[in-house]
Design a protein around this ligand. Structure first.
Ligand code: ADE
Ligand code: ZN
Length: 349
């Protein structure tokens, strides 16, 4: 392992911003900025219950996950046609590239759109084309992960999977999101078993607000490869041991956890403890347009609040590549660039 040089705390923000990194937990509908919501509403001749961009933004005050989801699904209702999905994803990828994100694995929620009569082809083709164009024009690599909404039935998830299968070459895996408590992973055992047979990658949100038991069942029943959030794991020492032993990545989202009151304040976040317990934690933005920050904002703010160091920074960026579903050759190339970025940083002192 690379020996990380000591770097003074005041230079950490610059280091965090400049290091190459992957983002593995971003809901593309959560990247929809108020300005784009207004532009799409106008383009699609849809009324909005807010007088201005500022009025919409000022409604972003949440007390828990559900209070956020209600406004998030309302925001996504301006997406109707393929170019809308394209524009949303293209804007996210351009913004991510500015944070030195070199690879993104992007969640999308097809049921949010198909329930309003939007063809699944418009959703997937628009997003996929944006990923291809961003690779060609910005050099950023990205892939798509289809998420099932856990507040809906497993039958609905199975029907959604069948609709998506003709486009299977355009997404690499499936996930599970939306209202966690009361909707445990085992509710989706059959649809995940089918996805496993199809060779799709598997991830699930678990232990965001829900108990460690949901992380256990995501692992044991759904056989997921990564846990999204997973911050409740520290409540169960046997689970921590399992996650460490099997190197199961956790895609942690500090500003999301703060804004949804999972932790009272950012200084109370347990990211540092997760890393120091030997877990493969990564940092991600979840829904950056709603939680006040993209990936670098998450890193800079959580480092300042919890007193993490350059060693933690290197570990988090390294983990983000290791935990990705990218080819091994890409991982090695990004890890090499990461090491160079730290060396260059010290040389230019
Ligand atoms: N959908 C978008 N953001 C989410 C989150 N943080 N948890 C569950 N579902 C989500
Ligand atoms: Zn999420």
């Amino acid at each position: 392992m690379f020996k990380v040089p000591p770097i003074p705390a005041q230079r950490l923000p610059e280091l965090l911003r400049s290091m190459p990194k992957a983002e593995l937990h971003i809901h593309i509908e959560g990247s929809l900025e108020p300005e784009l919501i207004f532009a799409l509403a106008e383009r699609n001749h849809l009324p909005l219950p807010y007088a201005s961009v500022e009025a919409l933004r000022s409604a972003y005050a949440f007390s828990n996950l559900q209070s956020f989801l209600d406004i998030y699904y309302a925001g996504a209702s301006v997406l109707l046609h393929e170019p809308d999905f394209y524009d949303m994803a293209r804007a996210y990828l351009a913004r991510a590239a500015r944070d030195n994100v070199v690879h993104a694995e992007i969640f999308f929620d097809p049921q949010t759109h198909t329930a309003r009569g939007v063809p699944i082809e418009s959703v997937i083709n628009g997003l996929h084309r944006a990923c291809e164009d961003a690779r060609a024009e910005l050099g950023i690599s990205s892939s798509l992960i289809l998420c099932f909404l856990r507040h809906l039935s497993e039958e609905d998830a199975l029907a959604t999977l069948e609709q998506a299968l003709p486009l299977q070459d355009k997404f690499i895996g499936v996930g599970l999101d939306s209202s966690e408590v009361g909707h445990p992973p085992e509710k989706f055992a059959r649809v995940f078993a089918r996805c496993r047979e199809l060779g799709l990658h598997l991830v699930a949100h678990a232990g965001e607000e829900g108990p460690p038991a949901y992380i256990w069942s995501a692992l044991e029943v759904l056989h997921v490869e990564r846990i999204d959030h997973g911050v409740q794991a520290l409540r169960d020492p046997a689970l921590v041991q399992r996650l460490a032993q099997d190197r199961i990545p956790l895609t942690v989202c500090p500003l999301s956890n703060q804004k949804l009151c999972v932790f009272p304040q950012l200084k109370d976040h347990n990211l540092k403890q997760l890393l120091e317990a030997g877990l493969m934690a990564t940092v991600n933005s979840d829904d950056p347009a709603y939680f006040g920050g993209y990936l670098n904002d998450n890193l800079v703010q959580v480092f300042a609040a919890t007193g993490m160091t350059a060693r933690h920074a290197y570990q988090l960026a390294f983990n983000s590549f290791e935990a990705s579903f990218a080819p091994e050759s890409d991982k090695r190339a990004w890890e090499h660039r990461l090491k160079e970025s730290f060396e260059r940083f010290v040389e230019h002192d």
